[in-house]
Design a binder for this molecule. Structure first.
Ligand SMILES: Nc1ncnc2c1ncn2[C@@H]1O[C@H](COP(=O)(O)OP(=O)(O)OP(=O)(O)O)[C@@H](O)[C@H]1O
Ligand SMILES: [Mg+2]
Length: 624
């Protein structure tokens, strides 16, 4: 007897559903795209419990007839194409006729839809992909679809759903993408009955940035545009200027023919355009809409349509990189009233050999060029702030003098001073003789072994990291006279709120203040002048990064990162003046640290040029 059995259509659909629907945001995507394809001008999205309990999308598009409403849940039922060749000229999101069929196989659905010229709409209820009830109802033109209890009949998948906050975050990010791609649609997003975003139609993307993010961010964005007739594409959008950046890429939105896509090469080109302008590990904000001829893009390469294949990808990447660089230069030149050129990655002419391009090393290590973070002024109404020009100071310095840099970046480099009582160190105890400071970054010391070159920042970081991790109880906390208020996005605050006890363990005391503000009331003594806003936004990005870890591992990772970051923020920086007493104390402390050879980020803290080596160099070793 044959062992092979054919699965029933329903079971097969449930299994295949994972391709299209993995999490609630995938369902939101399919439903909203159907609404956009239906020519809607108003689209409202209602979410409950991160979409696990309910996703409802209400539109005022052209709706469906009774017959189509019953058909739309069938496998491969689509009104958008009739043959594969149609994909070459397609402007709609949908083309597979698969989304509703898949979603209906793993959730409970209620659909009400009505076309313009009919008296009644139709209401259908579905379970397990089957229509279980139908009735005529009065309704206005458009479609109202509710998807409830996703994966209720596939428990194995249900347990892989993430926390509601994580799912909500993904939905909210997706929602923002539609707002950017469609300025002529009025979008609303509700979470558990509260309206979170209300975005009426706007004239341009800049206005959308105000609605979706905030005014100060929008004001700091600069326009990029380019058109290429030979390869038939155009690029348009807004990018943050050189002063604004953040710790993660979650505000980089790239679109191809209004589809929000994930494309590593294009993101890389965007970042290359910023080369030598942004500090290492920081990312810009960008909304970029690329339009190409539909026949030059393959949209059918990813089950959830998150990727596309571009025929002229190389030319588009190069054009994007160049547009970003040119826009940044233009903006800098305007601010400084003189012609500024950024020495960024080389941009090759389109026709030049791809081979050459592949061989060019664009991924140079910025850390060697850049001073670490300094304390800085920051704008408090956004997570992203104006920083000292770490990279800019070094890489733009060919073109700008120091005064101009300070003028441009808005704050002066402050040197850290400590009082000698505080250090309380006896010079006689020291095993090292301080010879001097090189480039305000390295300390030259004479030791018994020879010459020691110490990276002042890395060494101090290593000392403080040790202090924070091992002996934290002995580190005192100071209550802030003026509590520091940090503005976060509501979802970010929700993310961070349950981890506040961990922060407290490390001396950062804080509490929620309203829907999107956190108030810091105390910090460790070393940290009090460091940028708390930076630290908090990093905490949010770490929590997101570690979302797959269980609570214990997450806590330990978070603690490690927190200590490293606090050590980095509170330590002497390259560029700071240091007194002899400070150097003595630093060396003494460093030699008490077990892992003194590297800083928490893995960079060496010092190296030694032994007397032997020096003698060899001067050919004095021949005697021995
Ligand atoms: N909100 C809506 N308004 C009007 N018609 C709709 C709506 N949602 C779905 N439809 C109709 O139902 C059909 C099936 O939708 P479904 O999302 O399953 O497939 P599709 O959009 O054609 O392709 P894809 O699977 O790629 O999304 C659509 O082709 C469209 O005719
Ligand atoms: Mg669809």
């Amino acid at each position: 007897m044959s062992k092979i059995k054919k699965l029933s259509i329903n079971e097969a659909k449930k299994i295949a559903a994972g391709e299209v629907v993995e999490r609630p945001s995938n369902i939101v995507k399919e439903l909203v795209e159907n609404s956009i394809d239906a020519g809607s001008k108003n689209i409202s999205i209602y979410i409950q419990d991160g979409g696990k309990k309910l996703i409802r999308v209400v539109d005022d598009g052209f709706g469906m007839s009774e017959e189509d409403a019953k058909l739309c849940f069938e496998h491969h039922a689509t009104s958008k194409i009739t043959k594969v060749d149609d994909l070459d000229k397609i402007y709609t999101y949908g083309f597979r006729g698969e989304a509703l069929s898949t979603i209906s196989s793993i959730s409970k659905i209620a659909l009400i839809t009505k076309e313009e010229d009919v008296q009644f709409g139709i209401k259908l209820l579905l379970e397990d992909g089957q229509i279980i009830s139908e009735e005529k109802v009065s309704a206005s033109r458009g479609t109202d679809i509710k998807v409830e209890n996703i994966f209720y009949n596939v428990p194995a998948r249900q347990k892989f759903l993430k926390k509601s906050e994580t799912e909500w975050r993904n939905i909210s990010q997706l929602f923002q993408s539609y707002c950017f791609a469609y300025k002529n649609i009025h979008f609303k997003l509700f979470n558990d009955d509260n309206i979170i975003f209300n975005c009426p139609t706007v004239k341009n993307i800049k206005e959308r940035i105000v609605q979706v993010w905030n005014l100060s961010l929008s004001e700091s964005c600069i326009k990029i545009e380019d058109e290429n007739q030979k390869y038939n594409f155009s690029i348009e959008g807004y990018i943050s200027n050189h002063q604004v950046h953040q710790f993660n890429r979650n505000r980089i939105y790239l679109f191809v023919n209004n589809r929000w896509i994930k494309n590593i090469e294009l993101s890389r080109s965007l970042l290359k355009g910023y080369q030598n302008v942004l500090p290492s590990g920081r990312f810009p904000v960008a909304v970029i809409l690329i339009k190409v001829d539909p026949k030059n893009v393959d949209i059918n390469v990813h089950p959830r349509k998150e990727e596309v294949r571009l025929l002229h990808s190389y030319q588009i990447e190069q054009a994007l990189q160049l547009s970003v660089k040119v826009a940044l230069e233009r903006n800098l030149s305007k601010q400084l009233n003189k012609n500024v050129k950024i020495s960024g990655a080389k941009i090759l002419p389109f026709e030049q050999s791809l081979q050459l391009y592949a061989e060019t090393d664009f991924g140079q290590d910025y850390d060697n060029l850049i001073t670490p973070a300094r304390q800085s002024d920051f704008s408090r109404d956004t997570l992203i702030r104006v920083e000292q020009p770490f990279a800019a100071e070094f890489n733009l310095s060919n073109n700008l003098n120091k005064l101009e840099i300070e003028e441009l970046f808005g704050s002066r480099i402050s040197s850290r001073e400590s009082s000698s009582e505080q250090l309380n160190v006896s010079k006689k105890e020291s095993r090292f003789k301080f010879l001097g400071q090189v480039k305000k970054t390295y300390l030259l010391m004479e030791s018994e072994e020879g010459l020691l070159v110490v990276d002042q920042h890395a060494a101090h970081e290593s000392v403080l990291f040790d202090l924070f991790t091992k002996r934290f109880d002995t580190v005192s906390t100071v209550k802030l006279v003026f509590p520091h208020i940090i503005n976060l996005q509501e979802s970010e605050l929700d993310t961070v709120i349950e981890y506040l006890p961990i922060l407290k363990k490390y001396g950062i005391e804080s509490e929620r203040l309203g829907a999107a503000q956190l108030v810091i009331t105390a910090t460790p003594v070393h940290l009090k002048d460091a940028s708390l806003d930076d630290l908090l936004s990093q905490v949010v990005s770490w929590i997101n990064e570690f979302e797959n870890l269980d609570n214990k591992d997450l806590e330990s990772e978070l603690s490690k990162k927190l200590c490293a970051q606090m050590a980095c923020k509170a330590s002497i920086k390259a560029g700071d003046d240091v007194s002899e007493l400070q150097v003595d104390q630093l060396m003494k402390d460093l030699y008490n640290v077990e892992n003194r050879f590297t800083c928490p980020h893995g960079r060496p803290t010092f190296w030694t040029l032994s007397t032997n080596e020096i003698e060899k160099k001067f050919k004095r070793d021949y005697k021995s």
